[in-house]
Design a protein around this ligand. Structure first.
Ligand code: NAD
Length: 261
């Protein structure tokens, strides 16, 4: 089976893991809807680069994952432009690190909206088309924090546990329609999301940058190595393949052994 000429919507694909997934799917011949925040000229460079490098079509949706109507429009953009949305990767996410009693209420609301509710809105919009075509792949970027917790990340851990539950629930609902729903749970992947939380973790735990990297981040991973964005992307491509058609409702850990402890 080939993925050529299928269409994928990848949320949060202007950076990090989402961008790697978009590029890996484009390499398989999939047309791409990229999405995410960032500098307009940079995003256009990324979009045009996907087209020229992989010979597929790519469009950009500026949908803000805080807004349900914009999320629905992102899916419709894919359907209007390419005729279908076959693959949906719910990947956009943010982090905020703070003791629970100081956790800003608006940060809690944002994290639950972007890291959890946006997946619900996108799935809700994409499933009818997938059902009609009897084929679909929904992949949610969860996290090791969908299985275990770390202190000072209450909203993130709650949202990621929620994503794991949403994945299982929707997988059961669409199981007889040729649609699989899975999540990938990376440990620490070296992306802007990880880099940007280092100063807050330094503050919350009273540590230096080196101590945060070695004693907090890599401390969690028995392999003592970061996961790469390309490893996560390769797993997403595998989940889209025929070989993975009986894998649904699973939570695939890629965490250097973190959650085996
Ligand atoms: P990143 O910061 O590099 O990318 C996040 C993406 O989400 C960006 O494209 C950003 O523009 C987009 N985004 C943020 N807010 C948005 C909004 N309101 N509307 C639309 N797009 C928005 O981070 P990343 O590390 O690549 O994270 C991607 C996903 O992987 C997240 O869900 C994150 O929780 C998860 N994850 C990351 C790690 C890690 O160690 N980096 C580990 C496990 C899980």
């Amino acid at each position: 089976m080939t993925l050529k000429s299928k269409t994928a919507v990848i949320t949060g694909s202007t950076s990090g893991i989402g961008l790697a997934i978009a590029r890996a799917l484009a390499k398989e011949g999939v047309n791409i809807v990229i999405n995410g925040l960032g500098d307009a000229a940079e995003i256009e460079k990324t979009r045009a680069g996907i087209e020229s490098e992989f010979g597929v079509k790519a469009v950009y949706s500026p949908a803000n994952m805080l807004k349900s109507d914009e999320i629905e429009e992102m899916v419709r953009l894919g359907e209007r432009t390419f005729g279908s949305v076959d693959i949906l990767v719910n990947n956009a996410g943010i982090q905020f690190v703070s003791p629970v009693e100081d956790f800003p209420v608006e940060k809690w609301d944002q994290i639950i909206a972007i890291n959890l509710s946006s997946a619900f809105h996108a799935i809700r919009a994409a499933v009818p088309g997938m059902k009609a075509r009897k084929w679909g792949r929904i992949i949610n970027t969860a996290s090791a924090h969908s299985l275990v917790a770390s202190p000072f990340k209450s909203a993130y851990v709650a949202a990621k546990h929620g994503i794991a539950g949403l994945t299982k629930t929707v997988a059961l609902e669409v199981a007889t329609h040729g649609i699989t729903v899975n999540c990938i749970s990376p440990g620490y992947v070296w992306t802007p999301l990880v880099e940007n939380q280092i100063p807050d973790t330094m503050k919350a735990r009273g540590l230096t940058k080196e101590q945060v990297i070695n004693d907090v981040l890599l401390e969690a991973q028995p392999t003592k190595q970061f996961v790469t964005v390309d490893q996560v992307a390769a797993t997403a491509v595998f989940l889209c393949s025929d070989a993975a058609s009986q894998m649904t409702g699973t939570n695939l850990s890629m965490d250097g052994g973190w959650t085996a402890k």
